[in-house]
Design a binder for this molecule. Structure first.
Ligand SMILES: C[S@@+](CC[C@H](N)C(=O)[O-])C[C@H]1O[C@@H](n2cnc3c(N)ncnc32)[C@H](O)[C@@H]1O
Length: 350
């Protein structure tokens, strides 16, 4: 059983699960002032967190089943083959996952830990409450030797949870979720992970690799991807009493080769004035103007590892699929701390 520092949450009993954080006010997770700032002037953007209300989370699960969305099945294939090796390397250890989603792939990892070491502790952290219920049901339907704790919160909540665990731990971030982070977000997350973890702790990251435009663009232009993108506007409408008309936008997703990423946008099909009543904010969109809703980094694996090294993580081992489309990398926080230059080293990946 994992030990917690005094005053922190205890995990659920065997065969039961606990989800905490549901009472945290939504405004602390979905910050309206940041949204207003990002929509106020071109290039207008919406943080990808707005993909994940209940509808968006369901749609993401559907996207994972799309034939052209190779990411899910490729990462699953890697974990199916190598989960046991990962468990062998780390030894018995509690897991904390950032942005767990329905944890369908994490189940493979947990299964390997339970088989190797028996009772295992797993904290799943996600911004969406309903997906955590599905994660719990998913995992506990196949494994009972698990202390499952769901935490509704941000990645920072997850890092605080990891910091509260005494002893070695494994931080997990799958689904190429780190690829959705902008330079500053990624820089902050790696800095925060470095302080939350102790030397010797592990960090397992799943990341999508750069590849042919045709394959990439097919993954993000199927029917579910289009619907998922448009539903961001529906999310903004209900959360902030907005008046986006979904029929006045079109989905655009393309490979930005020079920045090594896919980008999803919503293009205004006519001039329009948008109001977000709860934020007391309105703005004018011209026909043809785009709102960027998500970036999806497509990295060179060595360059990606070099970035982690800058934050004091050493690469322990990585696993890829036979096409070299996707990678799962295991890092470990090194003992002595390197001095980080003030500028985030993300350009290393470009
Ligand atoms: C790309 S999905 C990956 C889900 C899952 N890890 C997988 O591999 O299928 C990203 C997940 O992170 C969650 N998420 C997005 N932004 C978040 C944030 N700022 N803090 C916590 N969770 C977040 C979403 O709700 C979603 O479940």
């Amino acid at each position: 059983m994992v030990q917690h520092r005094p005053g922190t949450a205890a995990v659920a009993k065997r065969n039961e699960y606990n989800i905490i954080g549901a009472d945290v006010p939504d405004e602390t997770l979905f910050k309206g002032d940041l949204l207003v700032a990002s929509l106020s002037a071109p290039p207008r953007t919406v943080n990808s967190i707005y993909y994940y209300d209940d509808t968006g989370s369901r749609l993401f699960e559907r996207l994972c089943e799309e034939e052209t969305y190779y990411l899910f099945r490729t990462e699953k294939e890697i974990l199916t083959q190598h989960a046991t090796s990962i468990a062998d390397i780390t030894g018995p250890i509690p897991l904390v996952e950032l942005g767990s989603g329905n944890a369908e792939k994490t189940r493979l990892l947990i299964d390997a830990y339970v088989k190797a070491y028996g009772q295992t502790s797993y904290a799943a952290v996600d911004i969406n409450h309903s997906i955590l219920e599905r994660a719990a049901e998913n995992i506990l339907s196949v494994t009972s030797d698990l202390d499952f704790l769901g935490i509704v919160g941000t990645y920072q909540t997850g890092l605080a949870q990891a910091a509260n665990l005494i002893g070695p731990k494994l931080l997990v971030c799958l689904g190429s979720t780190m690829g959705n982070m902008h330079d500053d977000e990624l820089h902050n997350l790696l800095l925060e992970a470095r302080s939350a973890l102790s030397p010797g702790d592990y960090f397992l990251v799943g990341i999508d690799l750069d590849k042919e435009t045709e394959i990439l663009e097919a993954a993000y232009n199927n029917q579910t991807a289009i619907l998922t993108n448009l539903c961001v506007l529906q999310h903004l409408n209900w959360r902030f009493s907005g008046d986006f008309d979904l029929f006045k936008f079109r989905h655009v997703a393309f490979h930005n080769k020079s920045l090594h990423r896919m980008e999803s946008h919503l293009e205004a099909m006519q001039d329009q004035l948008i109001n977000l009543q709860k934020l007391k904010f309105s703005f004018q969109l011209e026909q043809g103007e785009m709102i960027r809703t998500e970036i999806m980094r497509k990295v060179d694996l060595h360059a990606f590892h070099d970035v982690f090294i800058e934050y004091n993580f050493r690469s322990v081992q990585h696993w890829t699929d036979s096409n070299q489309w996707y990678a799962v990398s295991l890092f470990q926080l090194a003992a002595e701390s390197t001095e980080l230059e003030s500028k985030p080293p993300m350009e290393k990946m470009l």
